[in-house]
Write a protein of this length. Structure first.
Length: 242
Protein backbone atom coordinates (compact mmCIF):
# COMPACT_ATOMS: atom_id res chain seq x y z
CA UNK A 1 0.00 0.00 0.00
CA UNK A 2 1.58 3.35 -0.98
CA UNK A 3 2.21 6.21 1.39
CA UNK A 4 3.23 9.84 0.92
CA UNK A 5 6.45 10.45 2.87
CA UNK A 6 6.82 13.85 4.49
CA UNK A 7 9.02 12.83 7.41
CA UNK A 8 12.00 15.02 6.58
CA UNK A 9 10.20 18.30 7.23
CA UNK A 10 8.58 17.36 10.56
CA UNK A 11 10.09 18.44 13.87
CA UNK A 12 10.10 15.49 16.27
CA UNK A 13 12.19 16.86 19.14
CA UNK A 14 10.70 17.26 22.61
CA UNK A 15 9.45 20.74 21.64
CA UNK A 16 7.69 19.47 18.51
CA UNK A 17 5.49 16.65 19.74
CA UNK A 18 2.14 18.42 19.83
CA UNK A 19 0.80 16.08 17.14
CA UNK A 20 1.99 12.93 18.94
CA UNK A 21 -1.57 12.20 20.01
CA UNK A 22 -4.67 10.29 19.04
CA UNK A 23 -6.96 12.26 16.78
CA UNK A 24 -9.87 11.89 19.18
CA UNK A 25 -8.06 14.00 21.78
CA UNK A 26 -8.38 16.90 19.32
CA UNK A 27 -11.97 16.12 18.35
CA UNK A 28 -12.85 16.00 22.06
CA UNK A 29 -11.22 19.40 22.60
CA UNK A 30 -13.50 20.67 19.83
CA UNK A 31 -16.47 19.05 21.51
CA UNK A 32 -15.67 20.45 24.97
CA UNK A 33 -15.40 23.95 23.55
CA UNK A 34 -18.74 23.56 21.74
CA UNK A 35 -20.45 22.11 24.83
CA UNK A 36 -19.37 25.02 27.06
CA UNK A 37 -16.96 22.86 29.08
CA UNK A 38 -13.78 24.83 28.33
CA UNK A 39 -13.37 25.90 31.98
CA UNK A 40 -14.64 22.72 33.64
CA UNK A 41 -12.04 21.36 36.04
CA UNK A 42 -10.98 17.73 35.67
CA UNK A 43 -8.48 15.26 37.11
CA UNK A 44 -6.89 12.43 35.10
CA UNK A 45 -5.02 9.61 36.87
CA UNK A 46 -2.49 7.21 35.36
CA UNK A 47 -2.92 3.78 36.95
CA UNK A 48 -2.43 0.16 35.90
CA UNK A 49 -4.55 -2.86 36.78
CA UNK A 50 -1.98 -5.61 37.34
CA UNK A 51 1.79 -5.96 37.66
CA UNK A 52 3.62 -6.84 34.44
CA UNK A 53 5.30 -10.25 34.12
CA UNK A 54 3.17 -11.57 37.02
CA UNK A 55 5.57 -9.81 39.38
CA UNK A 56 5.08 -8.09 42.72
CA UNK A 57 5.74 -4.49 41.67
CA UNK A 58 6.45 -2.13 38.79
CA UNK A 59 9.16 0.52 38.51
CA UNK A 60 7.79 3.92 37.51
CA UNK A 61 9.72 5.43 34.62
CA UNK A 62 9.30 8.10 31.94
CA UNK A 63 8.22 10.72 34.42
CA UNK A 64 11.01 13.20 33.73
CA UNK A 65 10.36 13.07 29.95
CA UNK A 66 6.68 13.70 30.69
CA UNK A 67 7.50 16.86 32.61
CA UNK A 68 9.78 18.08 29.79
CA UNK A 69 7.00 17.38 27.29
CA UNK A 70 4.45 19.33 29.30
CA UNK A 71 6.80 22.26 29.80
CA UNK A 72 7.53 22.66 26.08
CA UNK A 73 4.18 21.67 24.58
CA UNK A 74 3.10 24.14 21.87
CA UNK A 75 1.43 23.85 18.46
CA UNK A 76 3.53 25.28 15.63
CA UNK A 77 2.07 27.05 12.62
CA UNK A 78 3.04 24.03 10.53
CA UNK A 79 1.08 21.80 12.94
CA UNK A 80 -1.97 24.04 12.62
CA UNK A 81 -1.71 24.16 8.83
CA UNK A 82 -1.75 20.38 8.77
CA UNK A 83 -4.72 20.16 11.16
CA UNK A 84 -6.64 22.57 8.93
CA UNK A 85 -6.42 19.99 6.12
CA UNK A 86 -8.12 17.19 8.06
CA UNK A 87 -11.60 16.14 7.03
CA UNK A 88 -14.41 14.30 8.79
CA UNK A 89 -16.13 11.19 7.53
CA UNK A 90 -18.42 13.35 5.37
CA UNK A 91 -15.50 15.15 3.72
CA UNK A 92 -16.02 18.47 5.49
CA UNK A 93 -13.33 20.22 7.51
CA UNK A 94 -12.75 18.53 10.87
CA UNK A 95 -11.44 21.38 13.06
CA UNK A 96 -12.82 24.91 12.53
CA UNK A 97 -10.86 28.14 12.88
CA UNK A 98 -11.84 28.84 16.49
CA UNK A 99 -10.50 25.43 17.59
CA UNK A 100 -7.25 26.04 15.71
CA UNK A 101 -7.03 29.44 17.39
CA UNK A 102 -7.42 27.76 20.80
CA UNK A 103 -4.60 25.37 19.90
CA UNK A 104 -2.45 28.23 18.59
CA UNK A 105 -2.59 29.96 21.97
CA UNK A 106 -2.38 26.75 23.99
CA UNK A 107 0.09 26.75 26.87
CA UNK A 108 -0.23 24.04 29.53
CA UNK A 109 -1.71 25.34 32.77
CA UNK A 110 -1.90 22.03 34.59
CA UNK A 111 -1.13 20.84 38.11
CA UNK A 112 0.86 17.61 37.94
CA UNK A 113 1.45 15.28 40.88
CA UNK A 114 3.94 12.55 40.08
CA UNK A 115 5.88 9.85 41.90
CA UNK A 116 9.70 10.10 41.78
CA UNK A 117 11.39 8.41 38.82
CA UNK A 118 12.30 4.83 39.70
CA UNK A 119 9.73 4.46 42.50
CA UNK A 120 8.15 1.08 43.13
CA UNK A 121 4.48 1.32 42.22
CA UNK A 122 1.54 -1.04 42.51
CA UNK A 123 -1.80 -1.78 40.78
CA UNK A 124 -4.70 0.65 41.12
CA UNK A 125 -2.54 3.36 42.71
CA UNK A 126 -1.94 6.59 40.76
CA UNK A 127 1.52 7.03 39.25
CA UNK A 128 0.61 10.48 37.98
CA UNK A 129 -2.30 12.90 38.37
CA UNK A 130 -3.03 15.77 36.00
CA UNK A 131 -5.48 18.45 37.11
CA UNK A 132 -6.71 21.40 35.07
CA UNK A 133 -9.33 22.47 32.59
CA UNK A 134 -11.01 19.53 30.87
CA UNK A 135 -9.76 20.33 27.33
CA UNK A 136 -6.17 20.86 28.48
CA UNK A 137 -6.04 17.72 30.61
CA UNK A 138 -7.67 15.68 27.84
CA UNK A 139 -5.22 16.91 25.23
CA UNK A 140 -2.10 15.48 26.91
CA UNK A 141 -3.56 12.05 27.74
CA UNK A 142 -2.22 10.02 24.82
CA UNK A 143 1.38 11.22 25.01
CA UNK A 144 1.59 10.74 28.77
CA UNK A 145 0.35 7.17 28.44
CA UNK A 146 2.68 6.51 25.50
CA UNK A 147 5.75 7.60 27.46
CA UNK A 148 4.93 6.16 30.87
CA UNK A 149 3.50 2.81 29.77
CA UNK A 150 6.48 1.78 27.67
CA UNK A 151 9.27 3.10 29.88
CA UNK A 152 7.70 1.68 33.03
CA UNK A 153 7.42 -1.73 31.35
CA UNK A 154 11.10 -1.71 30.36
CA UNK A 155 12.27 -0.42 33.75
CA UNK A 156 10.26 -3.15 35.49
CA UNK A 157 11.75 -5.87 33.29
CA UNK A 158 15.26 -4.51 33.89
CA UNK A 159 14.69 -4.54 37.65
CA UNK A 160 13.60 -8.18 37.52
CA UNK A 161 16.66 -9.18 35.50
CA UNK A 162 18.98 -7.27 37.84
CA UNK A 163 17.43 -8.92 40.89
CA UNK A 164 17.89 -12.33 39.27
CA UNK A 165 21.56 -11.50 38.60
CA UNK A 166 22.11 -11.18 42.37
CA UNK A 167 24.61 -8.34 42.19
CA UNK A 168 26.34 -9.18 38.93
CA UNK A 169 26.29 -6.24 36.48
CA UNK A 170 23.62 -6.26 33.78
CA UNK A 171 24.08 -4.34 30.52
CA UNK A 172 21.12 -3.24 28.39
CA UNK A 173 21.44 -4.46 24.77
CA UNK A 174 17.95 -3.90 23.39
CA UNK A 175 18.33 -1.39 20.55
CA UNK A 176 18.44 -3.95 17.73
CA UNK A 177 15.14 -5.45 18.90
CA UNK A 178 13.37 -2.26 19.96
CA UNK A 179 10.26 -1.02 18.14
CA UNK A 180 12.15 1.58 16.16
CA UNK A 181 13.77 4.77 17.44
CA UNK A 182 10.34 6.37 17.41
CA UNK A 183 8.22 3.47 18.67
CA UNK A 184 4.57 4.36 18.13
CA UNK A 185 5.14 6.45 15.00
CA UNK A 186 6.99 3.72 13.14
CA UNK A 187 4.35 1.20 14.24
CA UNK A 188 1.59 3.39 12.79
CA UNK A 189 3.37 3.54 9.43
CA UNK A 190 4.04 -0.21 9.44
CA UNK A 191 0.40 -0.98 10.24
CA UNK A 192 -0.68 1.13 7.25
CA UNK A 193 1.80 -0.67 5.01
CA UNK A 194 0.33 -3.93 6.33
CA UNK A 195 -3.16 -2.94 5.20
CA UNK A 196 -4.76 -0.75 7.87
CA UNK A 197 -7.07 1.94 6.47
CA UNK A 198 -5.82 4.68 8.78
CA UNK A 199 -4.41 5.58 12.17
CA UNK A 200 -5.34 7.53 15.28
CA UNK A 201 -1.74 8.82 15.45
CA UNK A 202 -1.83 12.45 14.27
CA UNK A 203 1.96 12.85 14.09
CA UNK A 204 2.28 9.74 11.91
CA UNK A 205 -0.52 11.13 9.77
CA UNK A 206 1.39 14.32 9.16
CA UNK A 207 4.78 12.66 8.70
CA UNK A 208 3.68 9.95 6.29
CA UNK A 209 0.46 11.27 4.77
CA UNK A 210 -1.65 8.58 6.46
CA UNK A 211 -5.42 8.99 6.94
CA UNK A 212 -6.15 9.90 10.58
CA UNK A 213 -9.37 8.82 12.26
CA UNK A 214 -11.08 9.13 15.62
CA UNK A 215 -14.17 10.29 17.50
CA UNK A 216 -14.16 10.35 21.32
CA UNK A 217 -13.04 8.39 24.37
CA UNK A 218 -14.62 7.14 27.59
CA UNK A 219 -13.48 10.34 29.29
CA UNK A 220 -15.80 12.29 26.97
CA UNK A 221 -18.77 10.22 28.16
CA UNK A 222 -17.73 10.71 31.79
CA UNK A 223 -17.85 14.50 31.33
CA UNK A 224 -21.65 14.36 30.88
CA UNK A 225 -24.50 13.21 33.13
CA UNK A 226 -25.25 10.16 30.97
CA UNK A 227 -24.35 8.43 27.70
CA UNK A 228 -27.23 9.91 25.72
CA UNK A 229 -26.19 13.46 26.61
CA UNK A 230 -22.58 12.65 25.74
CA UNK A 231 -23.39 11.17 22.34
CA UNK A 232 -25.80 13.98 21.52
CA UNK A 233 -23.26 16.65 22.46
CA UNK A 234 -20.62 15.02 20.29
CA UNK A 235 -23.00 14.72 17.34
CA UNK A 236 -23.94 18.38 17.72
CA UNK A 237 -20.29 19.47 17.83
CA UNK A 238 -19.07 17.23 15.02
CA UNK A 239 -22.01 16.13 12.86
CA UNK A 240 -19.63 15.31 10.00
CA UNK A 241 -17.49 12.93 12.06
CA UNK A 242 -20.00 10.63 13.76
Amino acid sequence: MPWNGHADDVETTSSGLALLTDLYELTMVHGYLRAGLADTEAAFHVVFRSNPFEGGFAVACGLEPVLRYLTGLRFSEADLEYLATLRGSDGTRLLPDDVLAWLRHFEPALDVDIVPEGSLVFPNEPILRVCGSLPQAQLVETTLLNVINFQTLVATKAARVCLAAEGDPVIEFGLRRAQGADGGVSASRAAYVGGCAGTSNVLAGRMYGLPVMGTHAHSWVMAFPNERDAFSAYAEAMPGNC
